[in-house]
Write a protein that binds this ligand. Structure first.
Ligand SMILES: [Zn+2]
Ligand SMILES: [Zn+2]
Length: 112
């Protein structure tokens, strides 16, 4: 009669071994909480970047400034500075290169 595989039976362990396992589980949970906070912080930063960088169709929208940090772009070549995903023109600092040689702006990279 095989034991149910999804039931962890700690009965055969000594007290110290049981302590050790519980300690590992505790630490695992702590790590997960830290990771959780990190993700939440990243999302907040992303929203912040979006809020600052989002351009409207009207107002002082310009192809000559970075769509993310508003840094003025050099006059040439504008075409190569256009993000393939959101179509914003972004400066070198806001371009993140991908392993395949292409690049996306800082916001689109985080959304992938
Ligand atoms: Zn920029
Ligand atoms: Zn983009």
């Amino acid at each position: 009669m095989p034991a149910a595989p999804d039931l962890i039976n700690l009965g055969f362990l000594s007290d110290s071994e049981r302590e050790l396992i519980l300690e590992v589980l505790r630490r695992d949970q702590e790590l997960r909480m830290v990771e959780d906070q990190r993700v939440r912080k990243l999302k907040k930063e992303l929203l912040e970047v979006k809020r600052k960088g989002a351009k409207r169709g009207s107002g002082n929208y310009s192809d000559r400034s970075c769509g993310r940090c508003q840094e003025p772009l050099s006059r040439l070549p504008v075409f190569s500075n256009q993000c393939k995903m959101c179509n914003h023109y972004v400066c070198r600092n806001c371009q993140t290169f991908l392993p395949n040689g292409s690049w996306l702006c800082s916001v689109c990279t985080q959304e992938m």
